[in-house]
Design a protein around this ligand. Structure first.
Ligand SMILES: [Ca+2]
Ligand SMILES: [Ca+2]
Ligand SMILES: [Ca+2]
Ligand SMILES: [Ca+2]
Length: 391
């Protein structure tokens, strides 16, 4: 597979280290250039890099404790001062909130619980969501080892309160990815999880006699449910066309004993009348020599979805172990054609998509994990997308 000629924007980024944490590209300072949150396991944990016009990445971690390890982050103004803030699920500490000061330093929010963090169980992934219709950002998290799906309401001052009146389907005790969005089109936010029980869609419902209870129902029929728990790594909400219905997608590992027992990659659509999901991405034909889409039974580590070539149809960035990180162009119907792979990646990577230089073309960040015995192999890379790449 050819390598996509994306320009590297790595000035100021680390060239070694155990960067296993989920990267996040998002604009922190309102200059329309996506900034980056990444973290490592063994060195100094959480890093925040601002994209500057030099062009260079500027590290700003003043105020952030340096021994939090890796974890996932979400960004939103949580205290209403107009500046974006950072919620970080630290592998070594629980969930912490840092607000961004005017000088772009970080200030730890004192939660109402006695500890700095407000979640006692470690969360492997977090997402912003709306649980109650008020303007304050709420959170959903999936436990790394225990606790399963948990929900917190934001109070609007940077503190969060665990929702205890909940009615949730069984998602198991752990998972790897949680996403929020309106999946069934009723105007309320639903949840999508890659968790111990497989790929799970939880639709928001209201129970008439319990209006205070946050209720979700399981609507996952037809989605992958591996017999080995917790081997799905990534889940994503997908609109194949920009105004189309919301589909769901996932990426994960195969059962080594039964490689075709479940789809390790796919895009599924929901039949509104039966409620069941069916695969719309074209699986690999058994003995076809025609150009085929992503392998639905290979081992995948990460998936990100965005319209990279700006033709209105969703494209994919799929990290496939042994094959690399491949950009797949979508045609809006569920078929994807390989455009090329990103240089220097093995496929055991995490990726995030955002516009790092503000030119309207979405760019890609990838973390390169390394073991602590061999940190020289690791690092963080950013690939800049341009119009000329897409004939
Ligand atoms: Ca920025
Ligand atoms: Ca703020
Ligand atoms: Ca596209
Ligand atoms: Ca760009």
């Amino acid at each position: 597979m050819p390598t996509l000629p994306l320009r590297a924007f790595d000035s100021g980024l680390p060239r070694s280290g155990t960067w296993i944490g989920y990267p996040l590209l998002t604009d922190l300072d309102g200059d329309q250039r996506a900034d980056m949150i990444v973290s490592n396991r063994e060195e100094d944990g959480l890093h925040v890099y601002y994209s500057s016009t030099e062009p260079r990445w500027e590290l700003r971690v003043q105020g952030i404790q340096r021994d939090l390890g890796y974890g996932s982050a979400v960004v939103r103004d949580v205290n209403g001062d107009g500046r974006s803030d950072l919620v970080f699920a630290a592998h070594l500490d629980g969930v912490r909130v840092y607000t961004q000061t005017e000088a772009r330093e970080w200030q730890l929010v004192t939660q109402r619980e006695p500890q700095a963090q407000f979640c006692p169980e470690l969360q492997l992934d977090l997402t912003l969501c709306d649980l109650d219709g008020d303007p304050h950002a709420d959170l959903a998290g999936i436990g790394q080892f225990q606790g399963g799906l948990q929900l917190w309401r934001g109070r609007g001052d940077g503190t969060f309160e665990l929702q205890t009146k909940v009615n949730l389907p069984d998602c198991g005790s752990m998972g790897r990815d949680v996403e929020a969005g309106d999946i069934d089109g009723d105007g309320r936010e639903d949840l999508l999880l890659a968790c111990e029980r497989g790929l799970k869609v939880l639709l928001r419902r209201t129970v008439a006699d319990q209006p205070e209870t946050v209720c979700f129902v399981d609507a996952s029929e037809g989605l992958p449910k591996p017999s080995i728990g917790n081997i799905l790594y990534s889940a994503a909400l997908v609109r194949l066309t920009h105004d189309g219905p919301v589909h769901v997608a996932c990426a994960g590992l195969a059962d080594p004993a039964r490689r075709t027992a479940h789809h390790t990659f796919g895009v599924w659509q929901r039949d509104a009348s039966t409620g069941a999901w069916s695969l719309v991405s074209a699986p690999l034909a058994a003995n076809s020599t025609a150009p085929s889409g992503p392998d639905h039974h290979a081992d995948h580590r990460a998936l990100a979805v965005a319209d990279l070539d700006r033709d209105g149809d969703a494209d994919l960035v799929l990290a496939t172990i042994g094959q690399g990180v491949v950009v797949w162009r979508g045609d809006g119907t569920g078929r994807f054609t390989a455009a090329g792979k990103l240089e220097g990646l093995t496929g055991k990577n995490r990726v995030s998509i955002g516009d790092v230089d503000g030119d309207g073309w979405l760019d890609i960040a990838a973390t390169i994990p390394a073991s602590k015995d061999d940190p020289e192999r690791g690092g963080v890379r950013v690939y800049v997308n341009t119009q000329g790449l897409w004939p």
